[in-house]
Design a protein around this ligand. Structure first.
Ligand code: AIR
Ligand code: ASP
Length: 291
């Protein structure tokens, strides 16, 4: 998503640690009644390139709406790709739930419908955390390493989330000096990033897909006087590089970035292999019912 000066999730209610049915802490807090979430009553908090955030039904919650917009190269390239939002919503739910099941905290609470999910409000740390297993994209360009070269170990990189600057690569020195995250945060972020990498690599390997690299965003959730970090934003083929192990076929946003064919075909293939393809797959030209 676009930069938001560290406040993507906006209105954080420190007093409201809410969990809902379907979340990892199931049963601790009231169930959300989705019928209360009519679009008309919702207040838009923020509109990014691929998602829009609305105020949730309870303090401390946000409704994350997945748009069909695809952008690349800092939005220099833009298109609307029917069905992309539905696929990313379902895939992100799948990955976030899986992470929750292995004890990695995420902002995800519940999917509300084909395009929306309820998430915990959090304060986004203004960093893109990138983990790479194989060289590709900007790393290949920067260091002259052929795409697809296996890296000696996973490499973690940080970019400062600022669209106007093109999300520049930064070091831990910058992060500490400018106070974007504390040393404790950085230790936690690294550990979260590597756990996400292990989880996603394994899940994808099981369905014949190689996880080349991915980007996550991390949010702070306040619980009384304490804060903890959670995986936020989304995890989807928009934010990962996914290559078919046998053929090397790209099944991620590079299909759009590099004009390699149908993006929805690629994302549908990922969803199909993971067994989460929606019953009524998004078809071009078919209107999507929202709410
Ligand atoms: N990414 C980075 N910014 C936005 C996104 N989605 C993801 C890319 C890729 C990884 O981060 O989708 O999976 C590394 O991107 P790059 O361009 O630095 O090689
Ligand atoms: N989503 C970002 C953009 O619009 C970066 C990318 O995914 O290429 O430029």
């Amino acid at each position: 998503m676009a930069a938001t000066s560290g406040l993507t999730c906006g209105v954080l209610a420190a007093e409201a640690p809410l969990f809902y049915e379907g979340a990892t802490d199931r049963g601790r807090f009231p169930v959300v009644h989705t019928e209360r979430l009519s679009m008309a009553r919702r207040k838009k908090i923020y509109e990014g390139k691929a998602k829009t955030l609305y105020e949730g039904p309870e303090p401390g919650t946000i409704v994350q709406y997945f748009k069909d917009d695809a952008t690349a190269f800092n939005a220099a390239k833009h298109d609307v790709i029917e069905g992309k939002g539905v696929l990313n919503n379902i895939l992100s739910e799948f990955f976030m739930l899986g992470l929750g099941q292995i004890g990695v905290p995420t902002h995800f609470l519940k999917r509300l419908n084909m395009r929306e999910q309820l998430v915990r409000s959090c304060e986004i740390i203004p960093l893109e955390i990138i983990v790479r297993n194989y060289a590709a994209g900007s790393l290949s360009k920067r260091l002259g390493i052929d795409e697809g070269t296996q890296l000696p170990r996973p490499i973690v990189e940080y970019c400062y989330k600022d669209d106007a600057l093109g999300d520049p690569l930064v070091t831990e020195e910058h992060i500490a000096a400018f106070g974007w995250a504390s040393q404790q945060d950085m230790d936690d972020i690294l550990s979260l990033a590597l756990r996400v990498n292990d989880f996603l690599s394994g899940v994808m390997l099981a369905v014949g897909i190689r996880l080349i690299d991915f980007k996550i965003e991390i949010g702070r959730v306040y619980e009384g006087d304490f804060q903890r970090l959670v995986v936020a934003d989304e995890i989807s083929p928009d934010s990962c590089r996914l290559w078919d192990i046998k053929t090397g076929q790209k099944l991620d946003k590079d299909v759009f970035r590099r004009d390699l064919g149908s993006l929805t075909d690629a994302y549908s293939e990922v969803a199909r292999r993971l067994g989460v393809m929606p019953n009524n797959p998004p078809a071009p030209g078919k209107p999507q019912l929202v709410n």
